[in-house]
Write a protein that binds this ligand. Sequence first.
Ligand code: ADP
Ligand code: MG
Ligand code: MG
Length: 915
Amino acid sequence: MTAQYIYAFHKGDGKNKVLLGGKGANLCEMTQIGLNVPPGFVITTEACLDYLQNHQLPEGLMDEVRANIAEIEALSDKKFGDSENPLLVSVRSGSAISMPGMMDTILNLGLNKLTLNGLIEHTGDTRFAYDAYRRFIQLFGKVALGIDDEKFDHHFAEIKRQAGIKADVGLDAEHLRQISELFLQVVQEETGRPFPEDVYEQLELSIKAVFNSWMGKRAVDYRREFHITPKMANGTAVNVVTMVFGNMGNDCATGVGFTRNPGTGVNEMYGEYLVNAQGEDVVAGIRTPKPVQELSNEMPEIYRQLVDLRNKLESHYKEVQDYEYTIERGVLYCLQTRNGKMNAAAMVKTSVDMVAEGLISKEKALLRINPELLEQLLHPQLDPNNKIPSVAQGLPASPGAACGKCVFDADSAEILGRSGQAVILLREETKPEDIHGFFASQGILTSRGGKTSHAAVVARGMGKACVAGAEDIKIDVRARLAVIGDIHIREGDTITIDGSSGLIYLGRIDTIEPKFSEDLKTLLSWADEYAVIKVHANVDTPERAQLAASYGATGIGLCRTERMFNASDRLPLVIDMILANTKEERQEALEKLFPIQRDDFRELFEAMSPYPVTVRLLDPPMHEFLPGEHQLEEEIQALNTYKTMIRGQQVTLDTLGEGSLLPAPFNQLNEELINKAIAKKELMLKKVRELYEVNPMLGHRGVRLGMSYPEIYQMQIRSILEAAAICTKQRKSIMPQIMVPQVITVQELIQVKKYVDQIQQEVESQYGIALDFKFGTMIETVRACTRAGHLAEVAEFFSFGTNDLTQATFSFSREDAENKFLPLYNETGLLEDNPFEVLDAKGVGQLMEMTALAGRKTRPGMKIGICGEQGGHPESIRFCHHIKLDYVSCSAPRIPIARLAAAHAKLLENEYTIG
Ligand code: ADP
Ligand code: MG
Ligand code: MG
């Protein structure tokens, strides 16, 4: 035999988890640092792979097993298969990455008729021996022979029923003997062969069963679900461990522990134990375990040893450990350890604490936390103890959980919201005119639209929970009813939505509010020390800017001016601007908008002072500010009906001679007024039809609007520069940046720059100051990438708009992709990730790298960033760091994630490979 397939615990390399599996490597490591681990050995993952390939155990493997058993025998003073003092072992699986539920552990292996008697003789405890025996037969039967638990369970239940016993502990030795006999018969019936008496045959069958489990459906599904590649874990190891018994009396126990509290991160003894029980009893919940603190009264000496074990584990692993132990007749054995899984708050606290204790470095403290985990800390979470099942699921469009009363339109949301009630707004889809409903609601639920639908984007911008495109819900606004199958949700009913999972629940589920703790601040300040790439925010209002600044944003990478247009006091002005037939009419509407925008920008600059604020000039197609065609048609129809009705009432009164006027308030609404309303709506409808485009996202939008309606861009530029002038006069330190969207040629930039130069002159002379600001462009068309060198002649900075750039590069429309074929592409591996969530480094990323190089060739040291949604995704941030971008910009709640990811990008830059 060439390779060594087996390592005794005192010989195996504790660092080699790929070869020995996580459990095996740690058992070796613990043995070698002097912890009391029962003697045993690991059969390697290489043996597993060899077995799976050749359908038989590697030659000589069982000889090696025998040699290692002999070693254990010497160490434990017991003999495998012996009739007087038999050695029993457990057979445990374990791959490099723990895969819960992949494989059951077989305990008490080595029992047969002969050794059973030996066990009875040696322990003097018949009940204990039969209990061990029946457990072994069932587990072996199930795991190694593939017999259903059910076949055993009903015998077990039957004996209990006959004996009139409820709890397992009530069974005596005789009951357990009967059960064992029945179990042996089950094996005979199910396999057509007697239960294997030869202990080596038992062991060999078990080893093969563990190996086979690697390719079992459960394990294969698990690896696919959690993206576990062969490089991360390939094959399972088998651990053969001397049995120790926590169930031989009241000086025995078994327990599990965490070296710190995994719920809070507090540095304290944490865990549970059961006296007189076997390992799996704690997990199985057959009896209620006691908190470990009680062990200090019950077994003070053992408790002291346990504290010592805990301290040794932490000081060795320098990481919070999750460990298993068993106490056999007053002796403590450690059976397993692994890195503890904790919630985000506990991860942050333990990181900060362990640095303070000198246990780990700041780098380690940062690297041990997956940035995505921080998401938990910034949005309300559903109570983790919630047991209520969900009733439907949509797309997780904006994270966080929210609970409130259902309403079906924005006005009702506002009324209810104002009265202080928590509200969830339910719509088929939302439109800009619903915006006041967003402000008033805790969360938004739509039955149509994807992750870039209006509802999703606006909710994310506001940091509100949103579930979008829940297609199983039929929303009937008129009937004020939402129907899911046979469930009816009426206006005022309470529901809970979870925008992080997309799940929808009936009734109230408590939520846990987010907290930006001192520990998180400390940790992120360390992140900033290492990070090179800066983190900016995508925000549109001063309030959000303040929030972003409090989360540590050092600038605004994207302010979408159209969001300001959408607020309910401005939308009518914007509509007037759109309806304008002449330049003069448009100018008039714009003049009303101007001071509003100027004040917005001033507040925004102040909120972000002294950091840069990047303002994007108007981007979306104009029709987005108008109601839908269908809605307008309906409204016009309603107005006409109303007119007829009023006329009818008037005729009624005239006819009966009961006075000449309708009573108030109807007398106010004379025909003239209604006609005016109809005229306006008809104008809107005409405009909506005029503005109709087959493909609006590729149509008249972005800088193209600035070319056809220069006065709109000029108004915006003037608002920005006057706001800057006002701040500058007040000696506020600010850095405005004007950004042009959808550019394809430098000619467009030259044109907009002309407006800027002209207005700059005017504002400077008006305010008597010199302005300091930057002029730049978004890069979101493929042509902009290929012309980057030229664009950089005029643009002082670039910002990659990777939402549009991704659509352009793939020639996908995001909505259609995500709703139709992208899930299939991801499931079948045609595409690894959703490129709208994770930056496509191999495709879009190549364009970005090329663009950055060309831009900086023209303009050395040019500032370049990314403001697409991917900018908040850790993997994308690593790529942006790699191609030396200056900043990433993301929504406010993702800023902490991005700051940590930026530090990871720097600390791990040497290991980085694309894809
Ligand atoms: P899992 O992978 O599910 O954690 P384990 O292999 O750790 O499974 O074993 C299941 C249970 O059996 C655990 O409680 C463990 O402590 C216990 N156990 C495993 N091996 C032994 C042993 N040699 N002696 C006593 N208990 C054991
Ligand atoms: Mg297991
Ligand atoms: Mg375990």
